[in-house]
Design a protein around this ligand. Structure first.
Ligand code: ZN
Length: 462
């Protein structure tokens, strides 16, 4: 039987997208090896091999296909990704378990290459993005501590339960969420309002949305106290912002995405066309912006009130500005490739943010807490003073902190900056503009649930 090409099996996927040697090529290589290529050189003395009593079993990683951004943004499209750890049928591994769709099994090479638009593709794509997000956070937080494993909120030495991922977990629901109670991520699908013929949108197919919700799950494992609605608005803002930052930095941890960003913006991260191009369709379909689009703002704390989504944009915007500043500082086009520099800056800044969050208080954390930890950790890392100037300046402009010295002078090492705009005592978080996670009843407690019911009642009377 004639072998089908990739293009025939997967319409829209370039031919030989995943190179797999054909039988003909293998036979050719065998003949070439036997007749043309030199044999294995004879080694007179056998090389001593390291001996271990119980050699570790190393299983190969998996190649998968995922959507780079949104399937609707056609020029970005499908990409091949390599997950360095072995992926079991499901797909699943020790930390993440796909649920609710037919089991997908790896092929003979340990890969999971599926056809875009199918349930199997959705299961693999969603698993892969959750896995990439978790791996990125584990690397960024690496310090030898237990926290560096990024355990889920319920994990302990005796409870290693994985996070259950339901790619099609909320039929006809225009939302997605992380539930601690269900130990799960659930992604909705719905008919795009006004579409004719009816077009079904799957939130699991959005790289940004999957990364964002995984960010909530990871942060809940690190700071279980932060997700509860009884915290001040800024603590809620940190949770929502972390989801967006995870989506942004995950894109910037992938070389092809970094190169695309450099080409699109001509190495100017404040180029507006790039920001507004990202995740356009999903943001509009869900009625709120995602990931990078949330970074495109000049909001200050005094303008955000108690609205948690707006507050989150203040933090996301400040971090994005700091990334742009550090990138401009490190950029040296004559010596180093811009994309390589941006990749390195992204890796460092995400690690700095994550470690600053880990070092912040377990409840009622504020932006000033995290900003001051970023200053302290970047100093301990031996980074140049300019890094700390950028952190101080951006958080000062956003009204997070006040600086005793002019913003044009270098910051003094070891100085802790005082908070500027603080949440009013007893201020209640308004989470209506946030994602599904922040609106889940399980994080509200009894008082919150009552508040939500009253709001619903008020809405019905309008
Ligand atoms: Zn969220």
């Amino acid at each position: 039987m004639e072998k089908k090409t990739d293009a025939e099996e997967c319409p829209g996927v370039p031919i030989s997208f995943v190179p797999t040697p054909t039988d003909e090529y293998r036979r050719h290589r065998k003949i070439m090896k036997a007749t043309v290529q030199p044999g294995i050189p004879k080694i007179p003395v056998p090389l001593p091999m390291p001996k271990t009593k119980f050699p570790p079993v190393i299983l190969p990683g998996a190649r998968v296909l995922i959507w780079k951004q949104d399937p609707t943004v056609t020029e970005i499209g499908v990409r091949k990704a390599y997950l360095p750890r072995h992926i079991f049928a499901g797909p699943r591994d020790s930390r993440i378990n796909s649920q609710g769709l037919p089991t997908v099994s790896p092929n003979a090479f340990g890969d999971m290459i599926q056809t875009p638009g199918t349930d199997a593709f959705d299961a693999v794509h969603t698993f892969a993005v959750v896995r990439q997000t978790l791996t990125m956070c584990q690397r960024a937080g690496a310090s030898g501590s237990a926290a560096a494993q990024m355990p889920w909120q319920w994990n302990s030495a005796t409870v290693p339960d994985p996070l259950n991922v339901f790619a099609h977990g909320l039929p006809d629901v225009m939302n997605a969420f992380y539930s601690r109670g269900e130990k799960a991520l659930k992604f909705g699908d719905f008919i795009r309002p006004g579409s004719s013929p009816a077009e079904r949108i799957y939130t699991c197919r959005s790289f940004d949305i999957v990364a964002h919700e995984t960010g909530h799950a990871i942060l809940d494992g690190l700071k279980p106290g932060w997700l509860l609605s009884g915290n001040p608005p800024q603590t809620g803002g940190l949770h929502e912002s972390f989801g967006d930052l995870v989506a942004i930095f995950l894109a910037l941890s992938q070389f092809d995405q970094v190169e695309a960003a450099i080409a699109q913006t001509k190495a100017n991260l404040h180029d507006k066309t790039f920001l507004s191009d990202m995740a356009e369709q999903f943001g509009l379909a869900l009625g709120r912006p995602n990931g990078l689009r949330n970074a495109d703002n000049d909001l200050k704390l005094s303008e955000a009130g108690t609205e948690v989504h707006a507050i989150s944009q203040v933090f996301t915007g400040a971090i994005y500005d700091i990334l742009s500043d550090i990138f401009s500082f490190e950029k040296s086009s004559a010596v180093k490739d811009d994309a390589s520099v941006l990749y390195t800056c992204g890796q460092y800044l995400f690690s700095l943010v994550l470690r600053a969050i880990i070092a912040s208080p377990h409840s009622s954390a504020t932006y000033a807490h995290v900003a001051n930890q970023m200053l302290a950790i970047s100093l301990a890392d031996g980074k140049p003073v300019q890094y700390r100037n950028y952190i101080r300046n951006r958080f000062t402009v956003r009204e997070v902190v006040v600086s005793a010295t002019p913003l044009t002078a270098n910051i003094k090492d070891g100085v802790e900056l005082a908070p500027h705009i603080e949440d009013a005592p007893g201020a209640v978080q308004d989470r209506r503009g946030c994602c599904g996670t922040m609106n889940l009843q399980e994080y509200f407690g009894e008082g919150g649930a009552l508040h939500a019911e009253i709001e619903e009642f008020k809405k019905s009377l309008k």
